[in-house]
Design a protein around this ligand. Structure first.
Ligand code: SAH
Length: 425
């Protein structure tokens, strides 16, 4: 979501002829986009912000902007006081304050023309692209904000309530992205499977997937993140029946213990999650499933953690994004539940799951050895082409050909838990 927001701003600026600098020293405008989902992310953002102060001192004309969840949607009086060297603050997904400030700094002659182009660029929202900045896989937000209020999560507080975006707009933005070279779209939302539920008369995600798949030149569609309670059979079937929609579902469980799940306010049980995984696997052949897990949530006993471990062990999930619980301001758990699992214990649980996944995913990936997989190549990395299989596995290939943006059959010659290697078939 943050990558999508950063791209939106960068492209808006490029369309107004404000071009990237090679180095912060050469920049006239520096924007820091921020995540605060865990304390570590917030600390990193603040560290970066502090590191910009010497640049501002050396060059008072430098404009420094702060964007994203550190700012949030609720005003920035406290931030203005704490970071007086920041010139402009913007909520997540909102480039407008930057464009307004830059407009004010234009001379009068240009101001009118600037405002007209800026309005146009803002109107296009995520559909602004530039040839300089086109990417093979584009992130396209379809639901902004979140209204679920999981006990641990700061996102609803910072990104505001859930707002589905109009399908008309999404479809036109998607076409623009494809015209500019995108081969894959990743539809984004905090609970992406709730798409449309807040807009009377709007289509739902299954139909949006079908409509998007009609775009010529678009090869692959993905979406994340799903919430178990909103993954309908209709959605699962749409994935199974729409060839461009890739067989990969990101559906976080967060914990495998019913009491912890209740305290997290997730709204489902261990058994319901197991049933869902079975349902998805039964209906989408060869599907891969991703999940998120938080260890060390308040009150998570050793026995509760074992339930999470066992769930992961039984289900053999293809990818697990692991996190240690971090109390966040304004959340229910921060206010009412003591952070009572020690850091050492959180780390031990984190490592235990990591070790488990390494073995499980290593075994799952091994089955791909010698197989042919259609890989969409996105970029090159350390002299190798990097792409993904339909089930979102990373594949590295050595080749003198320019594979950028191509989908090619690759014979898998090596597998590990986190990536595969292969050669062009
Ligand atoms: N709405 C999406 C993304 C949320 S943020 C979803 O529900 O999946 C991505 C992940 O960060 C979450 O899934 C959760 O596992 C983790 N996370 C969120 N808040 C956290 C916190 N306070 N401490 C640790 N991890 C957290």
């Amino acid at each position: 979501m943050n990558v999508a927001d950063s791209n939106r701003l960068a492209r808006a600026l490029e369309n107004l002829n404000i071009l990237p600098a090679n180095d912060p020293d050469e920049a006239g405008l520096i924007v820091l986009n921020t995540c605060v989902v865990r304390q570590s992310a917030e600390d990193r953002a603040i560290g970066r912000l502090n590191s910009l102060l010497p640049l501002k001192k050396a060059n008072p004309d430098l404009i420094i902007g702060l964007m994203g969840c550190l700012v949030g949607i609720k005003g920035n009086a406290a931030l203005e006081k704490r970071f007086p060297w920041v010139d402009v603050f913007a909520a997540p997904s909102d480039p407008e304050p930057f464009l307004r400030l830059l407009g004010e700094r234009q001379d009068q002659l240009n101001a009118e023309a600037w405002r007209r182009s800026a309005d146009e660029v803002l109107d296009a929202e995520f559909g602004v692209t530039t040839d300089a900045q086109h990417t093979i896989s584009e992130n396209l937000p379809i639901v902004l904000g979140c209204s679920h209020a999981c006990a641990y999560c700061v996102i609803p507080n910072r990104r505001g309530k859930e707002r589905s975006r109009e399908s008309r707009k999404i479809l036109s933005e998607a076409s623009v992205m494809v015209e500019h070279g995108a081969k894959e779209l990743v539809l984004l939302g905090q609970i992406v499977d709730r798409y449309g539920l807040d807009l009377p008369g709007e289509m739902r995600l299954p139909q949006l997937l079908r409509e998007l798949s009609k775009i010529e030149g678009l090869e692959r569609i993905r979406f994340l993140t799903s919430h178990p309670n909103w993954m309908t059979d209709e959605l699962i079937d749409a994935v199974a029946q729409t060839p461009k929609v890739m067989p990969h579902i990101e559906v976080p469980v967060q914990a495998g213990d019913d009491e912890v799940l209740r305290a997290m306010r997730r709204g489902y049980s261990n058994q319901q999650y197991r049933d869902l995984v079975e349902r998805i696997r039964g209906r989408i052949p060869g599907v891969s499933i991703g999940t998120d897990i938080i260890v060390g949530f308040p009150g998570e006993s050793e026995a509760a953690f074992e339930n999470t471990y066992q769930l992961l062990k039984d289900l053999r999930i293809d990818v697990a994004h692991l996190a240690r619980y971090s109390p966040r301001p304004s959340t229910y758990s921060m206010k009412f539940l003591p952070d009572d699992v020690s850091e050492e214990e959180k780390m031990r649980r984190f490592r235990a799951l990591e070790d488990l996944q390494k073995v499980v995913v290593g075994e799952i990936n091994q089955k791909f050895l010698g197989q042919l997989q259609p890989v969409l190549f996105e970029n090159s990395f350390r002299g190798k082409w990097r792409g993904r299989t339909p089930t979102n596995r990373l594949v590295f290939v050595e080749s003198d050909e320019n594979l950028y943006g191509q989908t090619r059959d690759v014979k898998i010659t090596w597998t590990g838990p986190w990536s595969l290697q292969g050669e062009l078939a």
